[in-house]
Ligand binder design. Structure first.
Ligand code: FES
Length: 108
């Protein structure tokens, strides 16, 4: 596994973008549960954020694609509204250990 960041740099109800081994990732802390996905919309394959580290909708209930507004559940990355319903963000396995977030990146 690879170190992503310290848990305290990702407060609850925030999101953050990362570049690790040339792979673009996003991480969301929802109620102190950490979810990490590839930063790639399943609709067109583009990055999701509308500004750096801004991946959530206004109510912070969903991950929202900036391009066409698809909404993805934070918990499992499934698209529930927009142009690609039922499609999934690619989930990245994570582990929290001693206050650090670790990720298991896909092999390239
Ligand atoms: S590229 Fe994300 S909704 Fe179209």
């Amino acid at each position: 596994m690879q170190l992503l960041c310290s848990l305290d740099t990702l407060p609850t109800d925030t999101s953050k973008g990362f570049q690790l081994n040339d792979i673009s990732l996003l991480a969301v802390n929802k109620h102190d549960n950490i979810h990490v996905y590839l930063n790639q919309c399943p609709h067109r394959g583009v990055p999701l954020e509308w500004q750096p580290d801004q991946f959530l909708d206004l109510d912070k209930n969903f991950i929202q694609c900036a391009t066409h507004g698809a909404l993805f559940r934070i918990e499992d990355g499934e698209c529930i509204a927009g142009p690609c319903p039922g499609e999934m963000l690619t989930s990245i396995p994570t582990k929290i250990d001693q206050g650090q977030i670790w990720v298991n990146l896909p092999s390239t």
